[in-house]
Design a binder for this molecule. Structure first.
Ligand code: BGC
Length: 666
């Protein structure tokens, strides 16, 4: 009994009261506002440059990669446009040595190699075709889910602020992670363009919005996995720091027409100075021995990577208890040792190793409703090298697990509740949709129930508000989400918003020549493709009506071409079909002549299409203005405002090149 009482005492240190939840929400909203006002706040509130959520009708094939924790995933996604998609993926563990590599190149080269392997396995046609004869058509847009705090500078550009979740590659901090990846992709000569940089929470939000039923768009995408974080849809005019960002970093192109901006909160760093967060000796010890003490304090109390470690420290404290009659895993403390054998802890037990306990251990123990906690006993034996733990030991461990897991869920409710309240969505909409992903929320039994319980305790949400909040799993959402954002990026390009983006990417001196030229080529190719598609549609229509008018001509006795017919002929500069002098007498001749004309026209169109020229190289004027611009930016320490003349000249040269090109080929 003494052991059970001591376990309860330790568990009570993890209690997180209704009052504390309320205080947490208030402080969370304050820090959200602060993060929207200024750069460098505790909660980063990073603009993602994604300004709209999808509605499920989007289509296309995209690549996505995901680096966010222990695994690296590569996938290709086909969006069917009816809220469904097909996904092919491969997953590989990131070698621990690379997580703490000396040089960023080592990690990013590994990532690019995985992309190469994936392409060879699943898209060998594109891979081989590109090897034989590189062309823009084979390029795939890639959405790069990179789930670490990044100062996003545009849809496919962002500098790493800090590593989290055990990664520690000093050299990468401050570098553009898209450029790092593109460089390695180019070195392997892969037909891939990094089109979008995506945080996993933003991806989850997009994915949930694409697949979730109903007309209300999703408000929040949240991850409760190895790490934790959330992204939400904010009103653009509330992102006060946007002007400051534009002035400091140069304004990136993004669609302002929706009046919205998806914000990556980076809530893992909420309340780093512990003004409202709960704190126990186990939390403090975990933080002190982590690679980033004093940082990600919310994440260190909520997410999977850390819950196991908090538990390990709490178990050790109980195991090492001075009083043998109280201590865990000691036969003396056990009144009911069901195997009557000695309880021992293996010398190499993961209990002695930092990060030795995985979140899955917590989920299994929390779930265990077996007779005499048989499953917990087996898991202690198998996972932690504890042989013959008693029933009392198992109960004590379960008590600790429950307390740590429940506190995490109640803290998660603080974050979600605060975002719901700060956006006023409970008042504005009938339903507030939240997409979630991650091992904790997926597998930890009751995680959502504890979140909901805490929601009801928040006065501004209450019982009624809680009912209006829908939480749905967006499993592996980040892959789909990244594809959707890559699609948004290429759509923006189609609408002609890419020139500014292009200017921005040219400012980045770290970008490779190859990727710059490819970006330009792709931009032109997509503009030309759009023009060609429009022309082809026009040609099809003209031919169809030509055929229709011919057949009606054949079946009627009228000899005068209709007004429409002559207009269409002028439209494509087709010679008009002469009217026979005597229709009744020359019907056979006219029929032969008409079909010969149609064939002739068809031939002419086919020839015209096949003669269209291909994009070859950048015109000199573009190259010259680009060099001027880059030179100016270098001189002015990348203060783009001082280079507005060069920017204008460059934009004009690009616009002219597009016009000339389209003019030449059509
Ligand atoms: C990172 C976030 C990420 C979250 C979930 C955190 O450690 O800072 O960027 O979204 O983990 O993967």
């Amino acid at each position: 009994m003494a052991l059970a009482a001591e376990a309860k005492r330790i568990a009570a240190e993890f209690d997180y009261s209704t009052e504390e939840v309320g205080k947490g929400v208030k402080e969370f909203i304050r820090e959200m506002d602060e993060g929207l006002e200024k750069q460098g706040a505790t909660m980063s509130q990073i603009p993602s440059y994604v300004t709209a959520v999808p509605n499920g009708t989007e289509k296309g094939i995209y690549l996505a990669v995901d680096l966010g924790g222990t695994n690296f995933r590569v996938c290709s996604i086909v969006l069917h446009g009816n809220q469904t998609f097909s996904l092919t993926q491969s997953k590989v563990a990131v070698p621990h040595a690379l997580m703490e590599a000396k040089k960023a190149h080592e990690l990013f080269e590994f990532l690019a190699k995985q992309i190469e392997i994936f392409l060879k396995t699943h898209h060998n046609d594109k891979f081989e075709a590109h090897r034989r004869r590189p062309s823009q058509q084979q390029y795939l847009d890639l959405g790069f889910t990179f789930s670490f705090p990044v100062n996003q500078l545009g849809i496919n550009k962002g500098k790493l602020i800090r590593w989290t979740k055990g990664f520690d590659i000093e050299e990468a901090i401050g570098q553009d992670v898209c450029a790092l990846l593109q460089k390695e992709i180019d070195a392997l000569n892969l037909p891939v363009i990094v089109a979008a940089l995506v945080n996993d929470t933003v991806g989850t939000l997009m994915a949930r919005s694409y697949t979730s039923p109903g007309k209300t768009g999703t408000l929040i995408g949240a991850i409760f996995g190895t790490g934790t974080n959330g992204a939400y849809v904010e009103k653009l005019n509330r992102v006060k720091k946007m002007a400051q960002i534009d002035a400091e970093l140069g304004s990136a192109a993004y669609d302002k027409s929706t009046g919205l901006m998806i914000i990556n909160t980076e809530w893992g760093s909420f309340d780093n100075n512990l003004s409202v967060l709960p704190d126990t000796p186990y939390d403090r010890a975990l933080d002190a021995e982590s690679v980033n003490p004093g940082i990600q304090m919310f994440e260190k109390r909520v997410s999977g990577m850390f819950l196991g470690e908090i538990l390990r420290r709490a178990i050790l404290a109980l195991y090492k208890h001075q009083d043998e009659n109280i201590a865990l895993f000691k036969d003396t403390s056990s009144a009911d040792n069901d195997t009557s054998s000695l309880t021992t802890v293996a010398e190499d037990s993961p209990l002695y190793k930092q990060w030795g306990i995985d979140t899955s251990f917590l989920s299994i123990v929390e779930e265990d409703a077996s007779d005499r906690l048989r499953i917990t006993k087996q898991t202690l034996e198998k996972d932690l090298g504890v042989s013959a733990p008693s029933m009392e030991d198992c109960v004590a461990v379960k008590t600790l697990v429950h307390a740590i897991g429940k506190r995490a869920a109640r803290l998660a409710a603080v974050a979600l509740g605060a975002v719901v309240l700060s956006t006023n969505k409970l008042q504005e909409d009938d339903l507030v949709d939240i997409g979630v992903d991650g091992s904790l929320v997926e597998y930890y039994p009751g995680f959502e129930d504890y979140i909901r319980e805490a929601f009801r305790e928040i006065p501004e949400i209450g019982v009624e508000g809680e009912k209006k909040i829908r939480i749905g799993l967006a499993k592996d959402g980040s892959g789909l989400g990244a594809a959707l954002i890559a699609l948004t990026a290429s759509k923006a390009e189609e609408r002609g918003e890419f020139s500014q983006e292009l200017v921005d990417s040219l400012q980045a001196s770290s970008e490779t020549n190859a990727s710059r030229a490819k970006a330009l080529e792709l931009h032109i190719a997509s503009r030309v493709a759009a023009e060609l598609a429009a022309l082809e549609r026009k040609e099809d229509e003209t031919l169809r009506s030509l055929r229709e008018s011919l057949s009606s001509e054949l079946s009627s006795s009228s000899t005068t071409p209709s007004k429409d017919q002559s207009n269409e002929s002028r439209l494509l500069d087709l010679p008009s079909i002469p009217a026979p002098a005597d229709a009744a007498a020359r019907e056979d001749a006219r029929q032969a002549q008409s079909s010969a004309k149609v064939f002739e026209e068809l031939e002419k169109l086919r020839k015209g299409l096949s003669e269209r020229k291909k994009v070859r190289e950048m015109p000199r004027e573009v190259e010259r203005t680009r060099e001027d611009l880059v030179g100016c930016l270098r001189k002015n320490d990348r203060r783009p405002l001082d280079c507005w003349r060069e920017v204008e000249a460059f934009k004009a040269a690009v616009a002219k090149m597009e016009e000339d090109f389209i003019g030449r080929v059509l």
